[in-house]
Design a protein around this ligand. Sequence first.
Ligand SMILES: Nc1ncnc2c1ncn2[C@@H]1O[C@H](COP(=O)(O)OP(=O)(O)OP(=O)(O)O)[C@@H](O)[C@H]1O
Length: 697
Amino acid sequence: MEKQNSATSIIRTKSDQLVETMAAALAAMKSPMSSSSEAGFGGGPESSSNLSRKSSRRLAAASPGRSIGRNTHIRKSRSAQMKLDLDDLSSGAALSRASSASLGLSFSFTGFTMPPDDIADSRPFSDDEIPEDLEAGMHKKKIQTEPTIPIYLKFTSVTYKVVLKGVTSTVEKDILNGITGSVDPGEVLALMGPSGSGKTTLLSLLGGRVRVPAPGGSVTYNDQPYSKLLKSRIGFVTQDDVLFPHLTVKETLTYAALLRLPRTLTKEEKKKRALDVIYELGLERCQDTMIGGSFVRGVSGGEKKRVSIGNEIIINPSLLFLDEPTSGLDSTTALRIIDTLHDIAEAGKTVVTTIHQPSSRLFLKFNKLILLGKGSLLYFGQASEAMVYFSSIGCTPLIAMNPAEFMLDLANGNVNDISVPSELEDKVQMENSETEMKGGKPAPAVVHEYLVEAYETRVSESEKKKLMDPIPIDEKIKSKLCSAKREWGTNWCDQYSILVRRGLRERRHDYFSWLRITQVIATATILGLLWWQSGGNSSTELKDQAGLLFFIAVFWGFFPVFTAIFTFPQERAMLSKERAADMYRLSAYFVARTTSDLPLDLLLPVVFLAVVYFMAGLRTDAGSFFLTMLTVFLCIIAAQGLGLAIGATLMDLKRATTLASVTVMTFMLAGGYFVKFQYSYHGFATSRLTITPTNFF
Ligand SMILES: Nc1ncnc2c1ncn2[C@@H]1O[C@H](COP(=O)(O)OP(=O)(O)OP(=O)(O)O)[C@@H](O)[C@H]1O
């Protein structure tokens, strides 16, 4: 009681809170071992789980109600600070929680309501005192998301192999060896492990992104196998941000909303949803900035990642998968993203994310954890109990370490600063050289084998049994997941028109690129000067004009084939991402992509011909000019169609380039033959050469 009173007095003023936080930091720094044990390190497994239970109780207490007003995250931070008690003061986690709460991105999926007393208490603080959240912005609005069907994800003994074809032989490579686990709505499951341990493969399998070859084991969603109907309930954020570089943040999210949201919503409502997501993810300050790419400077890495997340949460998915959402980001931005995920989960969604090397603050935010090593399961369970488990099998850190770092070291077989069980030490002494590394430590392979075996014998079976338990969900809701019809967000025509508009916006810079325009005008002018007023009736003059026509045919055969051939291979990643999310019909995409470039692709030849035709002094009547133009158009359409077809068939840049070269050579030959034909057909009878469709056919 006394403790509580003193805690209350401590939290009255802001400066007191700072002192408190500093005290916790000092305490944590002074005794690393003790603080580490409190945060869940080897020495104090109990305290680890206590701590995590405490923090989750706090989160649970904070969730109901969920009213979001101005400066939600400020309130959250104040509220979190106010809830510090003396027990927490001595713990490193108190510092972690206080700071994470004060930095945290408030997300209205969860909402956050301060008890009335807290609100009253918070008045003395002025908003000016709180530094503005520069990266994430302030979050003021609450997304009105419809309730989604909760999805319980279970996976048992998931195995996955690939066949590697060599020159002389084929080998099977095991990527995943019997991975079992589960995650419920409201939870965040983290898949952790060293590089190449199989995190992305497992995530892709769980997200239904890897279908061939069929994996072993079973993956169920509310006890049902994967079906295409789930696509609209699953959000999948890939490791690389697959976004159009020339669209702005707002355009990206608006087009996603227009294509993905159900027909029941009006266009205006869909646009509003996009804006809401922008505010929710703190992207309002960069909403009109281009995404950017290799050649265009755009939004920052953290903002790009948030746009990718926004692209998926816009559909209000029941299940959200993320592949390394924090890689390449600083720890504060990473923390904000994980906070966002946490908030999404609290709104009843199921979240699965891979993570490379989380800070201890991040690590504490995960509900469940899967630790993988070389494709095998080293741990599955509550993240807060992972340290308890490893200490129970005799592995504890010898120095203060971030729990994630400790586990990754273990998964890599690096036990330099880790105490290993006597059983493993004995093994090293008995078997000697092959199993022993420098300094008497066991070799990584031995450590890996020990960890896999330990998990198999101590935990695996009981976890598998737990997965047999029925999920606490109504049969009606369960059946709803399977009975729903696959529905497109919009009809074919709307999909077509949205894709055309999006294509025009994305490529507006290409169309009006001065480089391209200058290239065409400069070529036309040079040709015009070389063939300046070349008209005449002599055979030499006609041969001369034949050369010009050959050049025009090759130029307008070459140009479109090369641009068209790369169209589909270049958008391959985007196409597969969007098709995997059932955003539109394949036919709508192909027709839109094929036709959207055409008007602007036909504009340049008009400019080109207007310059060359009159400079070279070809036949000057309108009929001849327009027929020549029509012939060039037909040439372009044919070349473009061919280029698109090749690109679409191959979907591979390297092969497409080879085929493009072959096609261009063919065009050159065809152009040569065409001019030769013209020449011999007209002979010396015509005074001027003109390409006309009649001659062409
Ligand atoms: N189709 C494939 N063909 C050959 N090897 C593959 C294939 N898919 C995955 N692998 C291999 O499987 C292993 C696991 O790959 P995965 O991408 O899942 O690892 P990861 O844990 O996500 O790695 P990272 O953290 O570096 O992204 C790697 O060694 C990878 O080379």
